[in-house]
Design a protein around this ligand. Structure first.
Ligand SMILES: NC(=O)c1ccc[n+]([C@@H]2O[C@H](COP(=O)([O-])OP(=O)(O)OC[C@H]3O[C@@H](n4cnc5c(N)ncnc54)[C@H](O)[C@@H]3O)[C@@H](O)[C@H]2O)c1
Length: 397
């Protein structure tokens, strides 16, 4: 984690207001402090701030509780309003924060539905809004930056196809099955909440939008029909119980009202012809987040769990180039939070460009929403009408 430490020290103390002091914003605040931000968290709005023990453990003072978003925002100005509420509240909280006029950091997914995306795009075009930074934290990871750099500089030639995975250990899957993410009305979907990051990067690599998508998925792991589920690890520790389920949580991963998938696959064909297959499972013994990218002139494997990259030119007989970024952390973010905290500080203090825009975030979200629609409707979805509506909303039709 140390490698991500800032080269830049904060020039000023940043006054911060938090909407949704959950585990995520608590970790981001801790990373900000770690890399040298001078923080003055004025306060937070949260009915049950589950991130409080995390900020306290990192010596970040959370400020005072406010009774409502209005009350918090009236107590501005803030140098940054941070939104870390469940996904179904992002749109409402963004609109309130826009009206207050302070710079905003909001967690991904930027919003939860297609309708909210189009409405947000219209809002950004029609109204004057403060700067908005989205926590698509993978954009700040050195291994991801290098992957993008190699593709952009042409080391792989023309991108032809790739496969990608995200496989989670049982405890993480069990948490998703109990936390608010288990419900579409709060989280959106398994893919929207968990892998909009990955689809943001895939679109960035492709430099084009998905033309058509297909997907299969289901809930065959965390459901009450399974009998005699083993709930003890081989070392005697209880399984599916270690993490606090948080806001609106269910007690039992196998007996909840979960209505999102626990495993899913997707096929995407981009406008450029680039093809992608994606496989995600929330209950595996061998965790993996890996991208295998094949171009006309070279092949790249990014192993995001082990934080290792491998590349070789297509006709190269020498050993592959290998980069070990080390810096592995238990959350698999591998220092990305600290790297993003550095990016955000540089943006606010020196005007440096933040690595991802709200527009990128909307494209990533819409991509995943189209994939989920393909799964639900059991058909291949032609994305052109969705992009036409999005372009109309953002005034680019
Ligand atoms: N970028 C990443 O890598 C990453 C990782 C995890 C989560 N996230 C995102 O961060 C957001 C929060 O996720 P989390 O894991 O911290 O969830 P969480 O359950 O730990 O935190 C959510 C918090 O929101 C609070 N909340 C509920 N209703 C609220 C309301 N009306 N007003 C204000 N606060 C309210 C809850 O009490 C809780 O403290 C989600 O959008 C999630 O997708 C991003």
């Amino acid at each position: 984690m140390r490698a991500a430490r800032a080269t830049l020290r904060a020039m000023k103390t940043h006054r911060i207001g938090v909407i949704g002091l959950g585990q995520r914003i608590a970790h981001v605040l801790a990373a900000m402090q770690e890399v040298g931000w001078r923080l003055n968290v004025a306060g937070y709005v949260d009915p049950a701030p589950i991130g409080m023990p995390i900020v306290l453990a990192h010596d970040v003072a959370a400020g005072k509780p406010y009774a409502s978003v209005d009350a918090l925002l009236k107590d501005g100005p803030f140098d940054l309003v941070m939104i870390g509420s469940p996904n179904h509240l992002h749109y409402e909280h963004l609109l309130a924060a826009f009206a207050a006029g302070n710079p905003i950091f909001a967690e991904k997914p930027i919003v939860r539905t297609e309708e909210e995306t189009f409405a947000l795009a219209r809002h950004l075009v029609d109204k004057k809004t403060p700067p908005l930074f989205i926590g698509l934290v993978m954009r700040s990871m050195p291994i991801v930056r290098e992957t993008i750099r190699k593709v952009d500089e042409g080391a792989l030639g023309e991108l032809i196809s790739m496969d990608a995975t995200e496989h989670l250990p049982p405890e993480h899957g069990g948490y998703l099955a109990r936390n608010w993410r288990r419900k579409q009305e709060w989280g959106g979907s398994y893919f929207l909440d968990k892998v909009c990051h990955d689809f943001d990067i895939f679109g960035r690599l492709a430099k084009s939008r998905p033309a058509r998508v297909a997907s299969l998925g289901g809930r065959r792991i965390f459901h009450s029909g399974r009998e005699n589920v083993n709930r003890t690890y081989s070392d005697g520790m209880p399984a599916y119980a270690l993490r606090d389920g948080g806001w609106a949580s269910a007690n039992d991963a196998f007996h909840s009202d979960m209505d999102v998938t626990d495993h899913q696959t997707a096929l995407v064909e981009y406008d450029s012809g680039f093809q992608l297959s994606f496989h995600a499972n929330s209950h595996v013994a061998l965790g993996e987040r890996r991208w295998y990218v094949a171009g006309t002139d070279g092949t790249l494997i990014a192993d995001l769990v082990r934080n290792k990259l491998m590349f070789r030119g297509a006709l190269d007989k020498a050993k592959p180039e290998r980069i070990d970024y080390a810096n592995r952390t238990d959350d698999s973010h591998n220092g990305a939070d600290q790297a993003m905290a550095c990016d955000l500080l540089a943006t606010l203090e020196t005007g440096a460009t933040f690595p991802v825009t709200p527009w990128d975030s909307m494209v990533a979200g819409l991509t995943v929403m189209a994939i989920d629609r393909a799964m639900e409707e059991r058909r291949m979805v032609d994305c052109a009408p969705m992009w036409a509506e999005y372009d109309l909303a953002r005034g680019a039709a």
